[in-house]
Ligand binder design. Sequence first.
Ligand code: PMV
Length: 328
Amino acid sequence: MRTIRRATAQAHPNIAFIKYWGNRDDQLRLPANPSLSMNLGALRTVTTVTFLEEEGPDALILNGILVEGPARDRVEAFLNHVRRMAGFRGRAVVESNTDIPAGVGLASSAAAFAALAVAAATALELALSERELSILARLGSGSACRSVPPGFVEWVAGDRHEDSYAYSIAPPEHWALWDVIAIVSEQHKAVGSSEGHRRAATSPLHTSRVATAPDRIARCREAIQRRDFESLTEIVETDAIWMHAVMMTSRPPLFYWEPATLMVLQAVRRWRDEGLPVAFTLDAGPNVHVLCPVEVADEVMRRLQKVPGVQRVLSSGPGGGARRIWNS
Ligand code: PMV
């Protein structure tokens, strides 16, 4: 009887509180600095990988549509690592379903490669630890390593492939911290993060951002451990602005903000002055993530829906790690 090499896994995207921007090694995706994030439980990607005996190109089916081009090539390059580890040569069919809009700064690739790493490693019976899965996911997309462990997660930068991995600093239940996401554009970004990472070092602000990141990591970790929203606000906003300052001062410059982005940032600052506990952060895109305690999440959502230029609002609390699911 022929063995069926197939497994399904799910993963959530994550929002970074301390950002990853720039690599020391682009191939291995060894980051210039450590980073820290929270998984977003309300959004997820579910991926089934089926390995066949025959050799040939891999197939990628995303939300029911056969995808060709760079996205498929990236998946194949990633699966080559898994095949090498397992000593297997057959082609794969990857079917992935997600409710996360791609390429708009909502970490769709983090969830995608975390789910793919777990599904592919399981299908080929690699029996990897959480740390090893995190290291593997990193090769697909740096931030994907942070979607492997549950809850609040730190990515240790490391200086070798084996030492650059993410681990959980607190489980999802630790803190009911909400991310209310103001979508101001769903257009696919013109410059993706892989190219952005390559440009980071051309900014005169890069070295200082990287040098001070460990200190922000330590303060952010402590704020999470103490559930101290005020301290978190200060660190998270500083870090996000710094990353966007690096992007804007890179050569050639990268400008992800839209006019509505600034409208939301200003509104968040105004609401905070009025006493509402809110903090903003942004990934590589124009959409604004507004963090707040769960008690005010509905109020924040209502207010964001009224800001001119906001098209829709998503909301999520902390989520678990990437894991196998048994529907295949
Ligand atoms: O994993 P990548 O290559 O998509 O990089 C993600 C970079 C940011 O989302 C902008 C920041 C981060 O730490 O998630």
